[in-house]
Design a protein around this ligand. Structure first.
Ligand code: IPD
Length: 310
């Protein structure tokens, strides 16, 4: 019911904040104020390959989240990045059962390299679709959240849960140009850059085209890569990024961000550049797609902006 979902949402937001504090404590204990010299000595081990890394804190925070969920909602399913990586449930399944899908630390490489864009990402999935998304980046104190049918929020001041500002729509005075974002992913089987160099050209062209069709002009103002798929999606929801693409994501990398973007009115498709979702209709992405292309929420149409400006 709506009330049930609302109460799960409140629980998920608080859980995101608490888990985020654990991430922050871990960073501070390594690079804290008493130790003025940042160090790269964060302990980590390689998973599938030399760019797929896990730290001790990934595992600890996942255990913390899993425990809290199991006490509050013992009948719900749980899928977490680290549980999966350890081979506990290689044949996991997201089905119609209520399922928590968690990345305790999205942006592990960032944390290891002392780049502040890392977050805890918590999604609650019902009937294969993300119904709640919570993305909390403790270092920059940014909380994004969404609850299906109710909208998405951003809270820069980290006030009490549910006291937030709605994610703003694209202002009529949006810049005449766009920022696009993509991730290099972790697949290095074909070449050290995972073939991204070849992808980038078509992504730039597509970004320019999407920018001009969206009324923002064909100029690419900048290219970004946050190093956290779920934050990239939240940044699209916020309107900071116009489009984002990545190939090779897992559900926990994107589920919360997808919920936030969709609730903000954005689009997530399975397009693989140079496929252009505006040229030919492309299926909305389902969890498990692996390839995702996201487009920011549309701004007001020019008619609407003209009316608003009157
Ligand atoms: C990774 C990040 C990265 C993306 C990878 C993800 P992790 O998650 O989201 O931006 O390129 O595909 O696996 O390992 O930091 O949790």
């Amino acid at each position: 019911s709506t009330e049930e979902l609302q109460s799960i949402y409140q629980f998920a937001v608080q859980l995101g904040k608490d888990a985020g504090q654990l991430l922050l404590q871990s960073v501070k204990s390594r690079y804290g104020s008493t130790d003025t010299k940042p160090s790269h000595s964060q302990e980590f081990v390689e998973k599938d390959n030399a760019v797929d890394l896990v730290t001790k804190v990934d595992e600890e925070v996942e255990a913390f989240i899993k425990h809290r969920v199991s006490i509050e909602y013992p009948s719900h399913q749980f899928i977490g990045e680290e549980t999966y990586s350890k081979g506990a449930s290689r044949n996991y399944l997201i089905d119609e059962r209520p399922t928590w899908c968690v990345d305790p630390l999205d942006g592990t490489v960032n944390m290891i390299h002392i780049f502040p864009m890392f977050c805890v990402s918590i999604a609650f999935i019902v009937d294969h679709k993300p119904a709640i998304g919570v993305v909390y980046a403790p270092f920059v104190d940014q909380m994004f959240s969404a609850c299906k049918g109710r909208g998405a929020w951003m809270n820069e001041t980290q006030q009490l849960p549910l006291v937030r500002n709605p994610i703003p729509p694209m202002p009529a005075s949006a810049p005449k140009g766009c920022i696009f974002s993509f991730e290099w992913g972790k697949d290095r089987r074909d070449s050290p850059d995972g073939n991204m160099q070849r992808k980038v050209e078509s992504l730039v062209n597509m970004a320019a085209e999407i920018g001009s069709r969206g009324g923002k002009g064909g100029m690419v103002h900048g290219v970004r890569s946050l190093g956290s798929a779920t934050m990239d999606l939240a940044y699209c929801a916020m309107g900071a990024f116009d489009i984002w693409w990545e190939g090779g994501c897992w559900e926990w990398d994107v589920a919360a961000g997808i919920c936030i973007l969709q609730e903000a009115g954005g689009l997530v498709t399975t397009a693989n550049p140079p496929d252009d979702p505006l040229k030919a209709p492309i299926e909305p992405a389902k969890l498990g797609s692996r390839l995702y292309l996201a487009i920011r929420p549309a701004g007001p149409s020019s008619d609407e902006s003209a009316r608003q400006g009157q």
